[in-house]
Design a binder for this molecule. Structure first.
Ligand code: DAH
Length: 332
């Protein structure tokens, strides 16, 4: 009897190890160790054995059950691993796949505008620069000649990051810090535009976003004058909006430019649109960027992209630009 049990155990172990699928393994488990199995049958015959023989047969049966249960568990683990790998392969998504035709998707309206603006400025001889969205106080404010008590540093306008000294790290409130980084990194001549995302601690509504986009321009060279600034703004206006558009400058104030101006564009129908700010780079800012104001001068400008895009495409609520509604996004 014990020899029979050992033989059955060995054969069963072989079959279990060779199970090709989880289903097959479940069937084998039922047939080889389940209620109706040959091994369970021995248990029923044990009643007719004497005490000593019953003990030995019982022990052999227990041993067989343990060994086979372990074999089933081991095989199950292997087969489950294979099944998971097969599932992963079958469900794999190729995120780089490009779908052909209309459904392939397209760049967001704001991204399209950034690329068009870059193209126009590259056409005028500018390079494109970038800077970090998480900035330090130096680049976002101090180097740009913001006094310690300038209201723009107030909690209302700025998102502070809980890093470093209190109020030392901010989400940049404008793209102007990239001016400073550009000056720190290289010497003039500099002809560069800097598009990017900016952050203001403001309630969001139809005409305000807390996260929006600006493009900054910086020109530093020998002998740069306000005339170059006005000419560049006007050349840009015509290249981007069309030859029927013109521009004007109005006196204004920014800590980082002197003199400073707002610039507006005039549409062919005669109406005006306020676009952004500009001016001659303040000598303090040049010095903070490591540039000698006795040798070089320059101008800067900056304007928001989202409102411009909204006006151009008749979008009445800026929040549409940050949404995921494909019925809106598909139109552009
Ligand atoms: N940084 C300003 C803002 O966010 C815009 C600006 C004004 C940029 C004048 C300039 C500039 O470069 O010269 O409101």
């Amino acid at each position: 009897m014990i020899d029979d049990i050992r033989r059955i155990q060995a054969e069963a172990a072989n079959q279990i190890a060779g199970a090709a699928s989880l289903d097959e393994l479940a069937t084998l488990e039922r047939d080889l160790v389940g209620k109706g199995s040959e091994l369970t049958g021995f248990k029923k015959q044990m009643g007719s054995l004497d005490h000593e023989a019953r003990r030995e047969v019982g022990a052999a049966l227990n041993r067989a059950r343990e060994v086979l249960a372990a074999a089933v568990a081991e095989r199950r683990e292997v087969l489950e691993g294979q099944a998971a790998a097969e599932r992963a392969t079958a469900e794999r998504l190729d995120l780089t796949e490009v779908r052909a035709g209309r459904d392939a998707g397209h760049l967001h309206l704001v991204t399209q505008a950034i690329e068009e603006l870059e193209d126009v400025f590259v056409g005028l001889g500018f390079t494109v620069s970038e800077g970090p969205e998480v900035e330090d106080d130096w680049h976002n404010f101090t180097a740009l000649n913001f006094g310690t008590y300038h209201p723009a540093r107030d909690m209302q306008d700025t998102f502070f990051v809980a890093l470093g000294e209190p109020k030392e790290v901010v989400m940049r409130t404008h793209t102007s810090p990239v001016q400073v980084r550009t000056m720190e990194e290289r010497q003039p001549p500099i002809y560069s535009v800097m598009p990017g995302r900016v952050y203001r601690n403001e309630a969001t509504d139809a005409t305000h976003l807390a996260v929006f986009h600006q493009i900054e321009g910086l020109v530093i060279d020998r002998g740069i004058t306000f005339g170059h600034l006005a000419g560049t703004i006007d050349r840009f206006t015509k290249a981007y909006f069309g030859e029927g558009f013109s521009s004007r400058l109005r006196p204004s104030y920014f800590p980082f430019t002197e003199p400073s101006a707002e610039f507006d564009i005039q549409r062919p129908d005669g109406t005006w649109l306020e676009l952004g700010g500009c001016g001659m780079v303040h000598p303090n800012v040049l010095r903070n960027g490591g540039i000698d104001p006795e040798e070089f001068s320059g101008f800067a400008f900056g304007f928001g992209i989202d409102r411009l895009v909204a006006t151009r495409h008749g979008v009445t609520d800026l929040r549409e630009l940050t949404g995921t509604d494909v019925r809106f996004l598909e139109q552009f």
